[in-house]
Ligand binder design. Structure first.
Ligand code: PLP
Length: 427
């Protein structure tokens, strides 16, 4: 029997929870059902029925070079020829760690893990060990993986499903996580004045990308740096999305603020499962086997992921690549705004580098509360209208669109034409 999206979907729902392996993929936030992918190439995806889509999800930011970049595929294939996993060190782990520590200003040493969730969870453990404190601070709308302590007000996935927090998290664990509004430095100051000496770390996506895109206002990140230093808490930049995305040195190089610890993921695995946490030696030496903070992983530093990650970073060093990304994303933003204005539809496009979100809202969005005020129902109609025209946007009003280096003038033009038509259809 020929594969169709409908058939794949009904089979999937029989054997997979909700038909998916990660909630947002289910299209619950936008209605309808997901399409099933046969293959990808450059900025495009093809579903099992042969329909083509311009892909603005890029596996949630991992695929900054688009699908199947030749050098990455070749490196992964070469690694695979040597075997899959050995449970013993391989030279590529050191090579990738070296590349990362040269690129990211605050990192001297890294530890590889397999997912962003693990990276952040481990960085928090390290921060608690270093400070001897328990409480952690995160921002409303910040997503830092699905570990127990970090699911309070955790952005897109939960927001899409209308969940305030996850069931199954012990109250005792949730109690140690304090949340404040993004870009609200005075709230952070007040919180630290009250609890500062109990706070192990402040965790922030330096540019928010999980409740739509939130740009840090001037002075916000520097303010966080000063406050955490004053109270002896560690500042952790969760750069799982922004690392090697906003610049080769991540958000910290772009904004000129050095955190104590950094978490990376998505891009550094080159489309395979790899993530990392890192920082100065004085902190990292607390991690086993050198120190008392235990953290391990059977698949950590996976040879195929290391090879693909290295090839990805090498490709990202191409001169002008980030400038081109910036330019394309800016063209897209300007176009979306102009067409919307002409159509009389109120939108705000928030952008940080090649990350952007179109909110159906009048006026600017600076925090999660603002993002939640945007019209998610209208976004759902818009999403469907775009999908019909072969433009695959994130299936949630609260996710970033990811522009990749494979997106060119042609794809942006296609997107803007589709946008114009979509707006006519959804009013
Ligand atoms: C995706 C993401 C994570 C979690 O990474 P996984 O690999 O999905 O576990 C953590 N932090 C941020 C900022 C993310 O975007």
């Amino acid at each position: 029997m020929k594969q169709t999206n409908a058939r794949c979907w009904s089979e999937a729902q029989k054997y997979l929870v909700g038909g998916v392996n990660s909630p947002v993929r289910s299209f619950r936030g936008v209605g309808g059902r997901p399409f099933f992918v046969r293959r990808g190439q450059g900025p495009y995806l093809w579903d099992v029925e042969g329909k083509r889509y311009v892909d603005y999800v890029g596996s949630w930011g991992a695929l900054i070079l688009g699908h199947r970049p030749p050098s990455v595929i070749a490196a992964a294939q070469k690694a695979l020829q040597r075997g899959t996993i050995f449970g013993t060190p391989t030279p590529d782990e050191t090579e990738l760690a070296k590349e990362i520590s040269c690129a990211i200003p605050s990192i001297e040493q890294v530890r590889f893990v397999s997912s962003g969730t693990e990276a952040v969870m481990s960085a928090v453990r390290l921060a608690r060990a270093v400070t001897g404190r328990t409480k952690i601070v995160k921002f409303d709308g910040g997503y830092h993986g699905h570990s127990d302590a970090l699911l309070s007000k955790a952005g897109s996935g939960l927001a899409t499903l209308g969940l305030p927090a996850s069931a199954g998290v012990p109250k005792a664990v949730a109690r140690d996580t304090l949340t404040v509004g993004y870009n609200d430095l005075s709230a952070v100051r007040k919180l630290f004045a009250r609890e500062g000496r109990k706070i192990a770390c402040l965790l922030v996506e330096p540019a928010g990308a999980n409740i739509g895109v939130l740009s840090p206002e001037p002075g916000f990140l520097k303010g966080l740096r000063a406050i955490t230093r004053k109270y002896g808490a560690l500042l952790i930049f969760d750069e799982v999305i922004t690392g090697f995305r906003l610049s080769y040195g991540g958000a910290q190089r772009l904004y000129g603020v050095k955190p104590d610890l950094t978490t990376l993921g998505k891009i550094i695995g080159g489309g395979f499962p790899a993530a990392a946490y890192g920082g100065p030696r004085k902190f990292m030496k607390q991690v086993a086997p050198l120190g008392p903070v235990y953290q391990a992983g059977t698949l950590s530093g996976h040879p195929v992921a290391m090879a693909a990650g290295l090839a990805t970073l090498k490709a990202l060093r191409k001169p002008g690549l980030y400038a081109q990304l910036e330019k394309n994303a800016q063209t897209l933003k300007k176009g979306l705004e102009k067409i919307s204005r002409e159509a009389g539809v109120a939108v705000t496009v928030c952008r940080a580098g090649s990350l952007l979100t179109l909110f159906f809202i009048k006026g600017s969005v600076r925090d999660a509360a603002g993002a939640r005020r945007a019209d998610a129902k209208k976004y759902a109609r818009y999403f469907q209208a775009m999908l019909t025209q072969g433009i695959y946007l994130p299936p949630s009003a609260y996710e970033a669109w990811f522009v990749s280096a494979a997106h060119g003038k042609k794809e942006i033009e296609m997107t803007l034409n589709a946008h114009k038509k979509a707006l006519q259809g959804i009013r």
